[in-house]
Design a protein around this ligand. Structure first.
Ligand code: PMP
Length: 421
């Protein structure tokens, strides 16, 4: 069967909403660490990592063994939010390895298995606690596809998909969005002026590095400025760490370098470590004002995900992975900076930090063309940004130097091919 033939089943039976099978038109069969193979036997280096859900690569050996053992022993697979050994062990491990060493005191909520589930729960709890209804989101922010999350998401096409007015949210300029003005002063002015038309919000929700919105990193100064505004106006600070968290920027939480203290933290994607659906909403104890069952759901606490998550958290018992990420991030940064300089026709610049970087192309079409060529050359990467103008790199954090350099080489070859066409 030809490649085109194999894609027919998706074209014939799957909804037109499918997207990644269009960007990467092949049938994947097997994956290990940072590599994926399709049914043709073609090998790909993965610089996409399940959109950040596979920070520890595909089918990590230790996680897989623990999961197989758990299943063979008839461990509990589904239990809503009843007590289970896996749930208890995960909560202990998360507190011991992540929260306590960082001096962080948060209650752990299981909101349902996806990123948008944690965002919705964060917005709800902020509204409940403050009695206010507005939420500040940011230009080019992305928080998920359900109505509350969409209301604080910037992208016009995604917003339109809601089919109803998106309300109870106000969009403000993210760091560097305004060329001429400081966005902190701008927001401050709207909040203090009773004539601004902006009611005092319940919360501010932000990504410290905007993933889908174009790999825009906020400075520590800006994040601290936002935190100050939150304290000044009694708004909760929600950090959506769904994509930037779990080590993606070099520390477990993406805001650690900035030294801010969010009131609510959203985690998902790589928290299970194995690509199994799981999400957490971390809530400062004084704001954990839920009535039992007020926010529930059938899939809140995936026991199999707890098993792999516990293993994933072992990566954070010392700072070896963190250091390794920082070192390899320098390699990525220097390559992207060089690409921008060596190929001026792209009018490109390097963006982002840690293992969340991209090449932002001043001529937007080039980014998609580079990703298409990269796929043909055996490298999986996608675009981001409002015009799909950023060729985005999200390699698994465990990639070795050889794999990283090989992927970057394929990216450069792809740039050359695109420019020579
Ligand atoms: N928040 C951020 C920052 C994200 O990047 C995403 C997904 N790309 C989401 C929320 C939504 O996550 P999910 O697709 O699992 O609902």
């Amino acid at each position: 069967m030809t490649k085109d033939h194999k894609m027919e089943v998706f074209e014939n039976y799957e909804s037109s909403v499918r997207s990644y099978s269009r960007s990467f038109p092949t049938v994947f069969q097997k994956a290990k660490d940072y590599k994926i193979w399709d049914t043709e036997g073609s090998e790909y280096i993965d610089f996409f990592a399940g959109a950040g859900a596979l920070n520890y690569g595909h089918n990590n050996e230790q996680m897989k063994e623990k999961l197989i053992d758990y299943i063979s022993e008839d461990g509990i697979s589904h239990s809503l939010d009843m007590g289970s050994t896996a749930r208890a062990d995960f909560l202990n491990q998360f507190n011991d390895v992540i929260l306590k060493p960082r001096g962080m005191d948060y209650r752990v909520m299981f909101p349902g298995p996806t990123g948008t589930n944690t965002v919705e729960s964060a917005l709800k709890v902020a509204r409940k606690v403050t009695g206010r209804d507005q939420i500040i989101g940011f230009t080019n922010g992305f928080h998920g596809m359900t109505i509350g999350s969409l209301a604080v998401t910037g992208n016009a096409m995604k917003r339109k998909g809601a089919g109803i007015p998106l309300s109870h949210a106000v969009s403000m300029p993210y760091d560097q969005y305004l060329e001429a003005a400081d966005s902190i002063n701008y927001i401050d002015q709207f909040l203090q002026d009773s004539g601004s038309g902006v009611d005092l919000p319940a919360a501010v929700i932000l990504e410290t590095v905007q993933g889908e919105g174009g790999i825009n990193p906020a400075s520590a100064k800006w994040l601290k400025g936002i935190e100050k505004l939150c304290r000044k106006y009694g708004m909760l600070l929600i950090v959506d760490d769904v994509q930037a968290g779990c080590g993606r920027t070099g520390t477990f939480f993406s805001f650690e370098q900035a030294g801010i203290e969010p009131d609510v933290i959203c985690l998902s994607k790589s928290i299970s470590g194995y690509g199994l659906p799981m999400a957490l909403t971390l809530i400062k104890p004084q704001y954990d004002q839920w009535t039992p069952g007020e926010h529930n759901g059938t899939f809140r606490g995936n026991n199999m995900a707890f098993i792999t998550a516990m293993e994933a958290l072992n990566f954070w018992k010392d700072d070896a992975l963190s250091q390794d990420i920082q070192e390899k991030a320098d390699i990525i940064e220097s390559h992207l900076t060089r690409f921008a300089k060596s190929y001026p026709a792209l009018e490109a610049q390097q963006r982002g930090r840690g293992f969340m970087q991209g090449l932002a192309c001043g001529v937007p079409e080039y980014a998609s063309k580079i990703c298409e060529a990269a796929f043909e050359n055996g490298l999986i990467m996608e675009t981001s940004g409002p015009k799909d103008e950023v060729a985005k790199l999200l390699p698994p954090l465990i990639i070795d130097e050889e794999g990283l350099l090989e992927g970057l080489k394929i990216m450069e070859t792809s740039i050359q091919q695109v420019l020579n066409k």
